[in-house]
Design a protein around this ligand. Structure first.
Ligand code: URP
Ligand code: ZN
Ligand code: ZN
Length: 463
């Protein structure tokens, strides 16, 4: 006896059809029409869509950053992800300069084990270009199941690395089947402008954005793509916030390069004016790259639509206003960077993309589920609805609405950058490897049930 999701509109990145999906044990065993209803637990999906579980390729849980630790750990973060329809996250294990990658990875395994409510994989960050570090990359890919490595061109004196390190990482990944991810902002220029702003007595949150001009993102994106081109390496540009950076990606792809771009929900609905909210509320929007002028939103959305941007990550990095963002009450540069977005990632994409008729349903699934699974070596186990794939499924009710609020969300944090937004459409049931983890407003999963998923070696994919 299995669980039969019956009569729903099944949506993958390529197809939309009416069908029954049978879950047996942890996987999808049969897809058909009119599978015998008497033999299984029945989930009537006749008025609903059936999507693959979302894959969030960009999360920061239990991460020390900005002089504090993110408000969500693997338990609260993955519970919130599940409530929003995400069934796998890929979190960043932070490498420390002078330490081994192995140590960073073990630390993150310890953070996740016994806590994660849904499945998870890891990226590693690269903090130095030492020979020892570069020599570990093949082992991380071949044995440890990590296929992607993030380098930071910003956060000077903290995470930023130089072009030499970036280039060596690109070469190592090109040689061994890794994908380099880049945080593309010119950290040296940002450091100079930030010091000048502070010296001039500028303290409010909006100065976070004003000291990180869009040209810093445009220049760094362009530079990273050229470095990848020289190294003959693929490149994934994380959290693209602006038309200028997205255009650099489009240009690289026109030259035939394997460049992929990710954007995030906050860049589709927040705008520069949010920094000017009274009573320090602007601090909620202090994240990097910063929120841009409103007109960028539509450019990013249309680039998602025509696959000039390929992946939709939350960049979930949650900090409370009270006690954490407050660290920068008198100095914008001390506000920890990041926002809570893991729970609402798919909802925002659905609302601004599907409900506004800019993205089709297949587009929505490709961006939120399938493409991240392909890029990060989890496909076809994850990210699609197919016989033999893990039974990670979302029964999505297109008729029911919900309003986002920090008072009702499941993230362990006192604010939301989407506060008050109403979304038409929401997860009704979420299944993670066949177990129901969300039943409307009720979390039905269990901490520790999520398992580490090894990523396969990266192979260029046409997206
Ligand atoms: O502000 C952000 N994005 N915080 C998380 C760290 C990063 O750069 O992804
Ligand atoms: Zn970043
Ligand atoms: Zn991030």
């Amino acid at each position: 006896m299995g669980t039969l999701i019956a009569g729903g509109t099944v949506v993958t990145a390529t197809d939309t059809y009416r069908g029954d999906v049978l879950i047996e044990d942890e996987t999808i065993s049969t897809i058909g029409s009119n599978i015998d209803r008497s033999k299984h637990d029945l989930v009537d999906a006749s008025d609903a869509y059936v999507f693959p579980g979302g894959i969030d390729p960009h999360t920061h849980l239990d991460m020390p950053f900005g002089g504090t630790i993110t408000a969500d750990d693997f338990e609260s973060g993955t519970r919130a992800a599940a409530m929003g329809g995400t069934t796998t996250i890929v979190d960043f294990a932070l490498h420390t300069r002078g330490d081994s990658l192995k140590k960073a990875l073990s630390t993150w395994h310890e953070k996740a084990a016994g806590k994660a409510c849904i499945d998870y994989a890891f990226h590693l960050t690269i903090a130095d270009g030492r020979e020892e570090t570069m020599n570990e990359i093949p082992k991380m890919i071949g044995e440890e199941g990590v296929n992607s490595f993030k380098v930071f061109m910003a956060y000077k004196h903290v995470l930023q690395v130089d072009d030499e390190t970036i280039f060596k990482t690109l070469q190592a990944c090109a040689a061994h089947g890794g994908l380099v991810q880049v945080h593309a902002e010119n950290g040296d220029v940002i450091e100079v402008i930030t010091k000048q702003a502070r010296a001039a007595g500028k303290t409010e949150p909006k100065w976070h954005a004003l000291t990180r001009p869009v040209e810093c993102e445009g220049e760094a994106t362009h530079r990273a793509i050229r470095l990848a081109e020289i190294a003959g390496a693929p490149l994934y540009v994380v959290h693209v916030s602006s038309a200028m950076a997205a255009d650099a990606i489009s240009d690289g792809r026109k030259r035939g390069l394997h460049i992929y771009g990710e954007t995030c929900p906050q860049y589709l609905v927040c705008e520069f004016a949010d920094y000017e909210r009274p009573n320090f509320e602007g601090a909620k929007y202090v994240l990097s790259p910063p929120i841009r002028d409103k007109w960028n939103q539509d450019v990013l959305l249309r680039k998602l639509m025509n696959m000039e941007l390929h992946s939709f990550g939350s960049d979930h990095c949650s900090f409370n206003l009270c006690g954490q963002k407050e660290l920068g009450k008198d100095d914008f540069s001390k506000i920890p960077n990041g926002a809570p977005t893991i729970e609402d990632r798919l909802s925002i994409l659905y609302e601004v993309g599907v409900n506004r008729r800019i993205l089709g349903l297949n587009n929505f699934v490709a961006l939120g589920c399938t493409n991240p699974a392909k890029l990060f070596g989890l496909f076809p186990r994850k990210g699609t609805i197919a016989v033999g794939s893990d039974a990670d499924l979302v029964v999505w009710d297109p008729a029911e609405s919900r309003t986002i609020s920090h008072k009702t969300h499941h993230m362990n944090v006192d604010n939301s950058v989407f506060e008050g937004m109403t979304i038409k459409g929401r997860p009704r049931y979420v299944f993670s490897r066949g177990r129901k983890v969300a039943d409307r407003e009720k979390f039905t999963g269990e901490p520790g049930a999520g398992k580490f998923q090894k990523s396969e070696r990266f192979f260029p994919v046409a997206l």
